[in-house]
Design a protein around this ligand. Structure first.
Ligand code: ZN
Length: 544
């Protein structure tokens, strides 16, 4: 994207949006999909550095999986064009923030605060918010807003979006940002029009059932928002400010719901546990953790519904981990196991939590063993990498190596999955891979993870967390060259091209000093990747 293309000098074009339900607004040309993606990439490059950005493997997988079901339904219903699907990132980033908020960003990125995950009663309610936000993007609302505000250069637009995000976290503070030596007040954020909100409700509602969710989730989420609205909640619901519940939106919703529709289904055990996890990890403080630890001892606890008991035990165990009370955590796990027995998805969450307790207790071998009981990462471990001998793992890694073309495709491409990469509902995947690697790194026995990690980044080359783990594993195996290259790829995955160039250069220096024949292939990959990063960096500089 050049600065001119989104500026006032851009030639006006007929807007294709006029065919998509809403009339075209403003006279600026719409941003192209690749321009919008690049703007989004620049915004999330900053978000990845935000100390509140959290890549929690369990929460990420859960939210991203719901999101991918909605994306699939959008495509099948013709709301999502193949071009848009291919160009955009479709990644949900989680923020460790107690306020209730969700938002769409340019380029198919979405932000969800842990406060939202913590407050929704069912997966259907969470899906209703994601479906609404997703529909803002599939209906190209963002590109239209940007076109309206296109007197600004893209850099200023990016700064405005970031300013809006900062304002959503800290509503009281007046936000001003320095951009190009100019102080810029950023109240002018991405505010969707009322018509856009109604359209996002309508399209979002229509994809719920096809995506496998109860449409009643939309209704109960509205009820929840209305209740918070009545309580006039003190800024802990930024979502209500960006999404005022107009009488029109409420009337629309009631007209959509057929008469006599049964109430929303109860929460699954898995949802109750994941929401409990969000409550604990959003840092509510020591007092809250102590309260949750004590919760299962309340009178009448045993007669509560299973989902409530699973949530309470989960919160109690994880709170004990936060408080470093390992014995209490182990006791709580036994009770949790008794509640979830027979429900595979909930049993899996309990097993992941048990591995966390092992890790907190320093019992890294037991954690690794527990995580290996889960089915292997689908499609992984060709040639028996799980057998554990470094030689076997290394040869498996070589066969699973990633082509440069794959990486370049990922830089521009669509659903490659970043931190939100997920293997779906199969019940095994990224959390097991990440936690098992962490455990084996601590046990100084990480060689067996080389194959599975390599296979994972071959499928999800934008997964910076897994690249970073691979770098640590290579380092532990004494292969500095591969470690440096994996670090470079982690930086590239977070769109920090300058840092990636620095690491690739360090890799080049290393490979020149090395005489090992096996480094030859790696060195040539590094050369190619360095050139690609340098040209991306040049493009980025030209945008300013
Ligand atoms: Zn909205």
């Amino acid at each position: 994207m050049t600065a001119g293309s989104a500026s006032a000098q851009a030639p006006a074009q007929a807007s294709p949006q006029s065919q998509r339900g809403l009339p075209s607004m403003g006279d600026g040309a719409d941003m192209t999909t690749s321009e919008e993606r690049r703007l989004g990439d620049r915004i999330i490059r900053e978000l990845y550095r935000d100390p509140d950005y959290i890549d929690d493997a369990v929460l990420n997988e859960y939210v991203q999986h719901l999101f991918m079901q909605l994306l699939k339904a959008s495509r099948e219903r013709g709301e999502l064009s193949p071009e848009l699907e291919e160009r955009f990132a479709w990644e949900v980033l989680l923020g460790r923030d107690r306020t209730v908020n969700a938002f769409a960003l340019p380029g198919g990125y979405f932000g969800v605060h842990l406060g939202l995950v913590a407050v929704v009663s069912t997966r259907d309610e969470l899906a209703s918010v994601l479906a609404h936000e997703l529909s803002h993007v599939t209906q190209r609302h963002i590109s239209r807003l940007i076109a309206q505000q296109s007197r600004q250069t893209p850099l200023v637009l990016g700064a405005m979006v970031l300013g809006a995000l900062a304002a959503s976290k800290n509503p009281g503070a007046a936000q001003a940002m320095m951009v190009g030596g100019q102080a810029l007040a950023v109240q002018n954020q991405l505010n969707f029009s009322r018509d856009m909100e109604r359209e996002a409700d309508r399209v979002g509602y229509s994809i719920m059932a096809p995506a496998g969710f109860a449409p009643q989730g939309f209704v109960s989420m509205f009820d929840k928002l209305q209740q918070a609205n009545r309580l006039n909640d003190n800024g802990s619901w930024p979502y209500l400010r960006s999404h005022p519940l107009t009488t029109q939106r409420i009337a629309d919703m009631h007209s959509r719901v057929p008469a006599g529709m049964p109430p929303a289904p109860p929460p699954t055990l898995e949802h109750a546990m994941v929401a409990a996890r969000a409550r604990v990890l959003m840092r509510p403080g020591v007092d809250a953790w102590r309260q949750w630890e004590a919760e299962p001892r309340t009178t009448g606890f045993a007669s509560r519904p299973a989902a409530q008991r699973a949530a309470a035990w989960y919160a109690a165990v994880l709170s004990a981990v936060q408080l470093r009370e390992v014995a209490a955590a182990r006791e709580g796990l036994k009770s949790l196991d008794a509640v979830v027995r027979g429900d595979p998805a909930a049993e899996r969450q309990a097993r992941l939590l048990a591995a966390e307790v092992d890790m907190a207790a320093g019992d890294v071998r037991m954690a690794a063993q527990r995580l290996a009981q889960a089915p292997a990462v689908p499609g992984s471990a060709p040639g028996g990498a799980a057998a554990g001998s470094p030689a076997t793992a290394a040869s498996a890694a070589a066969s699973a190596s990633l082509s440069v073309a794959d990486l370049e495709r990922a830089e521009r491409g669509g659903v490659m999955g970043g931190a939100g990469a997920s293997v779906g509902a199969s019940g095994a995947g990224r959390p097991e891979l990440i936690m098992r690697t962490q455990a084996l790194l601590r046990a100084n026995a990480s060689a067996e993870m080389i194959g599975p990690l390599q296979t994972w980044v071959a499928t999800y080359p934008r997964d910076a967390t897994v690249w970073q783990l691979l770098a640590a594993v290579w380092q532990q195996q004494g292969d500095t060259l591969r470690s440096v290259r994996a670090e470079a790829e982690a930086q590239a995955a977070r769109y920090d091209y300058q840092a990636a160039v620095d690491r690739f250069r360090a890799g080049q220096d290393l490979s020149r000093k090395s005489a090992a024949a096996s480094d030859y292939v790696e060195a040539s990959i590094i050369d190619t990747r360095l050139r690609a990063m340098q040209s991306l960096l040049k493009e980025q500089a030209a945008e300013r």
